[in-house]
Design a protein around this ligand. Sequence first.
Ligand SMILES: CC(C)(COP(=O)(O)OP(=O)(O)OC[C@H]1O[C@@H](n2cnc3c(N)ncnc32)[C@H](O)[C@@H]1OP(=O)(O)O)[C@@H](O)C(=O)NCCC(=O)NCCS
Length: 217
Amino acid sequence: MAEHTPDRRLVLIGGGGHALVVAEAAQNLGWQIAGFYDDDPASTLASRTGLPRLGGLREAAGEVRIVIAVGGLELRRTVIDALREQRLIAATVCAPGSHVAPSASIAGGVFIGPGAIVHSHASIAAHGIINSGAIVEHECMLAENVHIAPGAALGGRVTVGADTLIGLGSRTLPGIRIGHGCTIGSGAVVIRDVPDGATVVGVPAREKLKAQISKLK
Ligand SMILES: CC(C)(COP(=O)(O)OP(=O)(O)OC[C@H]1O[C@@H](n2cnc3c(N)ncnc32)[C@H](O)[C@@H]1OP(=O)(O)O)[C@@H](O)C(=O)NCCC(=O)NCCS
């Protein structure tokens, strides 16, 4: 295996499609990706990049600096909780071409994709994903493990609870409060607050009953 400068050594937790994006951005920023952890020996990252698989998802105990690159929020939550006790440093990766206002607060483990904007005094808690081209406007507050999918936009002062997916291309009006464990459907326009655990779709966004939704995320 290639030698790595210790303070630039990074491993990814997860080796699927989202990990491809995180790995490429991190390498462009000068991180040396030593490999990844995934339960699947035939992970996309191995076949597409040749990066070595170092073990299963929960086996990163001896590592120093990691970024969780699993895409699905439920699995991310499992990994976050499993690794919490291990005092790993969670690296923040802001892809080239993203814009983060100097006054914004970005916690460890956050990934900000190319073309994404995080505006003035916004706050992104640990392990969030602000994906390609997403917009998080001024003073938004995002709790841990929130995913703002590609092209989605949050108006100013929106709050989002933990483990919530804001779907592809959706729009959320300023000041809206979205709970934890929610799914905002792709293309939705959110004009009212969203309670914990709700899935909303459409324009304007309305709650779908769980019975109508076969698979939440
Ligand atoms: C809302 C969502 C979670 C529902 O997923 P699902 O459980 O697989 O839902 P289904 O495809 O079985 O559809 C269930 C019903 O909801 C409707 N529906 C699903 N997604 C919808 C959407 N985004 N907007 C409007 N209606 C939607 C379907 O038409 C269907 O309606 P019907 O019961 O009248 O036929 C999903 O469609 C979605 O939008 N996910 C966001 C994905 C995303 O952005 N991921 C990030 C990738 S980086």
